[in-house]
Design a protein around this ligand. Structure first.
Ligand code: OVV
Length: 398
């Protein structure tokens, strides 16, 4: 017998929800394994089991019809769709393989010493002050010092990257005030990104040019290469900025955890993973139901949208012990902060290496890190984002 699906009134894109998402998550998990959200006209899953089930079943829960509320088979996409994020196999398989080769481990190993050096330089600059803003002075600063160079972007106008990414992530949600407020500088930022992705504007030694060289070899067309470079710009900056912001925010909320982390890669890696579990940068992504299916004993029809609450699954007490505690000694493997299945974050090794470089440089010189006033959220329809996390630090004794 079919059971009644729970219907809930909570709007996950309201300012009240987005200002404090974690306050509302328990209801989403507890109402049932799958539920209907009246406010947005979509199904939702918020437990770890169902989230991984949906993301793992990419033939039924497809990405090509958009990762936001809009169904690309009925509505014009906000921008030409991503050939990675908003694609299904076999197209996705081809673009994913190509991009995987560009950020493969040997490439990252080669660049790691430079990133570690740049992390040390930034930390030394910060040590001149006892108080700083972990977002503005650190989390925004570090990725911007390394990632645009790695891609080989033109020097002029890089500040548009953060504006552009926040627009892209807002666009997965409805056209609410949060979206509209973020559109202030949209035209300029979008035009800059379009220019930055062109081959003639990319430096000869970066990941951007490497995508075009892959096109030269016949792995994709040159137009596709341009769109794939756009993926680096869309997904590579704001995500790591906020991943680092959220992690440092976690340390301000659990200041005794800092001492428990040493400078080893195994320790920094564990801490970053736990940070993503505890406060997930990408809070939600949608899929579209491509054929009639079932979740548990609920029938779901073709064409339905379903929102996966990644951040909520990462605190599901059915999956994690003491889920609301940020514990740097926890093995948080299995969290869905990088997604799950064939679309799991392509850049996760890049992100992990950025975090390792920064955390080990910080831990070397900083004995304690604490809040120095209230943190300020930055509202975004998809990202858990911070505008400001004021901190004060104590240096290590050496
Ligand atoms: C993961 C992600 C977020 C936003 C955009 C893209 C990917 C892209 O491929 O453009």
């Amino acid at each position: 017998m079919l059971s009644e699906i729970p219907r809930i009134a909570v709007d996950p894109f309201s300012e009240a929800f987005i200002s404090d998402p974690y306050a509302n998550h328990a209801e989403l998990r507890d109402v049932g394994p799958v539920f209907w959200l009246e406010a947005i006209g979509a199904y939702g899953v918020a437990r770890h089991d169902e989230v991984t089930q949906v993301l793992g079943n990419h033939d039924i829960f497809v990405s090509s019809r958009g990762l936001g509320l809009a169904d690309f088979s009925r509505e014009k996409p906000f921008r030409p769709p991503s050939l990675l994020l908003e694609a299904d196999p076999p197209l996705h398989t081809r673009t994913r393989d190509l991009m995987n080769r560009i950020v493969a481990l040997p490439v990252l190993r080669a660049i790691e010493p430079l990133w570690r050096e740049k992390a040390k330089v930034l930390v030394d600059e910060l040590l001149e002050q006892q108080r700083f803003d972990a977002v503005v002075d650190l989390a925004e600063e570090f990725p911007m010092r390394i990632f645009p160079d790695a891609v080989g972007l033109m020097d002029e106008g890089r500040e548009h990257l953060l504006t552009y990414a926040s627009i892209v992530f807002n666009a997965f949600g409805p056209r609410n005030k949060i979206f509209e407020d973020g559109m202030a500088d949209a035209e300029e930022a979008t035009a800059w990104v379009a220019e930055a992705c062109k081959r003639e504007n990319l430096k000869s030694d970066g990941w951007g040019e490497a995508v075009y060289q892959s096109a030269d070899r016949g792995d994709c067309s040159h137009d596709e290469a341009e769109r794939l470079v756009r993926s680096f710009l869309s997904a590579g900056v704001d995500t790591t900025v906020n991943g680092i912001s959220n992690l440092l925010y976690a340390f301000t909320q659990f200041p005794d955890e800092w001492q428990k982390m040493d400078t080893s890669t195994s320790a920094t890696r564990r801490a970053f993973n736990e940070g993503l579990r505890w406060r997930s940068t990408v809070q939600t992504f949608f899929r579209t139901v491509a054929e009639d299916t079932r979740i548990g004993d609920v029938d779901i029809k073709e064409g339905a949208k379903i929102i996966t609450f990644l951040a909520t699954a990462n605190r599901d007490e059915r999956r994690w012990d003491d889920p609301h505690t940020f514990d740097v000694t926890r093995n948080a493997a299995g969290h869905v902060g990088f997604g799950h299945g064939i679309h799991a974050c392509l850049g996760q090794m890049v992100a992990r290496m950025e975090a390792d470089a920064l955390l080990s440089a910080m831990r070397e010189k900083i004995a304690r890190i604490e809040a120095d006033g209230p943190a300020v959220p930055r509202l975004n329809n998809t990202l858990c984002s911070m505008a400001s996390v004021p901190v004060k630090i104590q240096k290590t004794g050496n």
